[in-house]
Design a protein around this ligand. Sequence first.
Ligand code: NAD
Ligand code: ISE
Length: 334
Amino acid sequence: MTLGIGVIGTGMIGQDHIRRITDVLAGGRVVAVADADRSRAETAAEKPSATVHDDAASLIAAPEVDAVLICSWGPAHEEAILPALAAGKPVFCEKPLAPKQDACLRIIDAEVKLGRRLIQVGFMRRYDTAYRALKETLAAGKVGAPLMYHAAHRNASVPADLYTSDMAISDTMVHDIDVARWLLDDEVARVRVMAGRRNSVGGDLRDPIFSVMEMQGGVLATVEISVNIGYGYDIRGEVSGETGTIELAEANPVVLKAGDGFSGRVPADWRERFIDAYDREIAAWIEAASAGGATGPSAWDGYAITAVSDAGLRAAETGEAVEVHLVDRPDIYA
Ligand code: NAD
Ligand code: ISE
């Protein structure tokens, strides 16, 4: 069976996922697209020969759409997820599941009423070879119990007209919250966010920020978010354990030694750094959705991450540590 996929949101990552489904992966075909900007949808529809729809509702209702891939802006995710669930169609939703907890809880309620998982959320780092090796090495006990996890998440630049200070937490740091929970197999108990000297390149943006998350088991997870670092897309992670450390290696096929120095490439952006991880997450989704279900990061993960992000936004305002409170986890996410 070839899974008929409808894509809602044909901006940067929507186009990238359409490319991988059309040119790289097997098992799925993009049969329908929709975007608030119709001309963008029309361009994206050309190569896969997809039908263009005016809105999410009409795309979801189309009989050739077996499953829905949502790549619109975060605040628009809920309005596409709920009708897809009502139609019983599997969903891949780009992160964040929704930028606020109340929307995430409405999504969870709808999925729980179905009695089974239909949603995968786009936290692709879980499919990255280096992050997987980090988790496997930790689980193998090579450094004893983890004590601290240190992350840095640096973007070369962000669109000055679209990117707000809050997005450093609700759109960017959500990946690091996901990794901390997944790697340490624990929930975040409280979060603190500090901002010091600003990067003048970002104008009024609160950039960089530094966050400390205290996990329920006591491990401290620290994160630097910089979104105008200039030199490239630099993603770091290091576990400090009782008897050693494990860190993500620089992912370079070659090291150049020339003149009086040595160098390697820094990825330009997330598309380059995580290209294999995106391929694997979408391949896993196509397989699970073709069987009528879902795998990987769940709506529960999406909710728990947004709960930390909401607390982080309050922490950034107040300068205080803010507690994270989660509802009880429904059985379908056990
Ligand atoms: P983008 O601005 O390039 O594209 C978003 C598209 O959605 C735009 O074309 C816009 O017109 C469309 N859109 C917005 N609201 C809509 C609606 N209600 N119905 C239909 N179309 C709508 O943004 P992007 O960078 O592609 O990001 C899209 C989503 O993907 C965001 O949630 C973002 O956080 C996520 N994202 C994830 C990753 C990752 O690493 N996993 C990377 C980039 C973006
Ligand atoms: C973007 O939406 C992503 O998800 C990228 O992975 C992240 O690095 C970037 O900061 C976000 O804006």
